[in-house]
Ligand binder design. Structure first.
Ligand SMILES: Cc1cc2nc3c(=O)[nH]c(=O)nc-3n(C[C@H](O)[C@H](O)[C@H](O)COP(=O)(O)OP(=O)(O)OC[C@H]3O[C@@H](n4cnc5c(N)ncnc54)[C@H](O)[C@@H]3O)c2cc1C
Length: 270
């Protein structure tokens, strides 16, 4: 659905990272973890294309007997569109298309849910954690970043009683090094079953796909590549599927078939 939304708040939570809350129509409350929206930023021709952002959180406020659905997004300022978004204040109007895409599969309740987020990759994992906790699954978050500022909204995850394991490359918070080290340590001690859910830089997702394959664990990854239309029309966001070869092309459309894929369904290169 396409709708005119109003910004309720837009706050810088760490250097270059922002958290924005917007109004939404009642039907938006059906959005599921891993889905995203396409945001039209500004009313002019530049930027022309909408920008995809994950749904971070979702709720309904009751004021004066009137229910108002809201949703939040976490975004990192990396270029023109996100820089413009960061200048917009409460009360401004934003045109939204969504919720879009195929989100995370919740899987069974008899297993640990291991969420792995790198930097802004934590964005789609919070709504997922909320839903998994509601289903009474044991949830662990492995949060990685270059430095402390890249570990976003940890107190929000902790408030859900998610056990957070942190790693930074510069050692400014948590263990020093990649988040996969902490994850591997946890997996070595794991007695029962587990599913991995991940979002973050390509290198991290690639490493996780390898870990999951070696340990024979299901692993769902949310991809954040370039995307132009968000509805499967432009085919600008395809990922390479596991059966791809020059003779038999196998491309998966990230915006409609994804952005969440089972890691073993994709081709990860060497
Ligand atoms: C399904 C999906 C969900 C996403 N969710 C989030 C989210 O919740 N929070 C968030 O901050 N970002 C998210 N992204 C990425 C976000 O869409 C881009 O960062 C944003 O479109 C950049 O717009 P811009 O105009 O600021 O940057 P541009 O001016 O378009 O680009 C600036 C720089 O960033 C690089 N860049 C732009 N887009 C991407 C990208 N997708 N991947 C890698 N590099 C890129 C460009 O090469 C360029 O160097 C998501 C992407 C997808 C596909």
């Amino acid at each position: 659905m396409q709708f005119a939304s109003q910004i309720l708040s837009n706050v810088e939570i760490a250097r270059d990272y922002w958290r924005i809350r917007l109004t939404a129509p009642r039907e938006f409350a059906a959005a599921t973890p891993g889905q995203f929206v396409m945001v039209r930023i500004g009313g002019g021709l530049d930027p022309l294309l909408r920008r995809p952002l994950a749904v971070f959180d979702l709720g309904t406020d009751e004021t004066g007997g009137v229910a108002q659905v809201w949703f939040e997004m976490l975004y990192k300022v990396v270029g023109k569109g996100t820089a413009m978004l960061s200048t917009m204040r409460a009360g401004s109007a934003v045109d939204i298309l969504g919720p879009l895409g195929t989100g995370f599969d919740m899987g069974g309740d008899d297993e640990e849910k291991l969420l792995v987020g790198g930097g802004i990759g934590l964005a789609p994992l919070y709504l997922l954690a909320t839903e998994l906790v509601r289903r009474k699954s044991p949830v662990h978050l492995f949060a990685g970043g270059r430095t402390r500022d890249d570990l976003l909204c940890l107190t929000d995850f902790e408030r859900l009683s998610v056990k957070c394991h942190c790693a930074t490359e510069d050692g400014s918070y948590g263990a020093k090094g990649f988040v996969t080290v902490a994850l591997n340590r946890h997996l070595d001690a794991l007695a029962g079953k587990a599913t991995l859910y991940a979002c973050g830089p390509d290198g991290m997702l690639h490493a996780l796909a390898k870990i999951a394959a070696e340990r024979k664990l299901p692993c769902q990854v949310s991809l954040e590549g370039y995307m132009a239309c968000g509805v499967g029309a432009c085919l600008g966001c395809v990922a390479t599927g596991k059966n791809h070869s020059p003779q038999t092309p196998d491309y998966r459309c990230v915006c409609t078939e994804g952005p969440v894929f089972e890691a073993s369904e994709l081709q990860w290169g060497a």
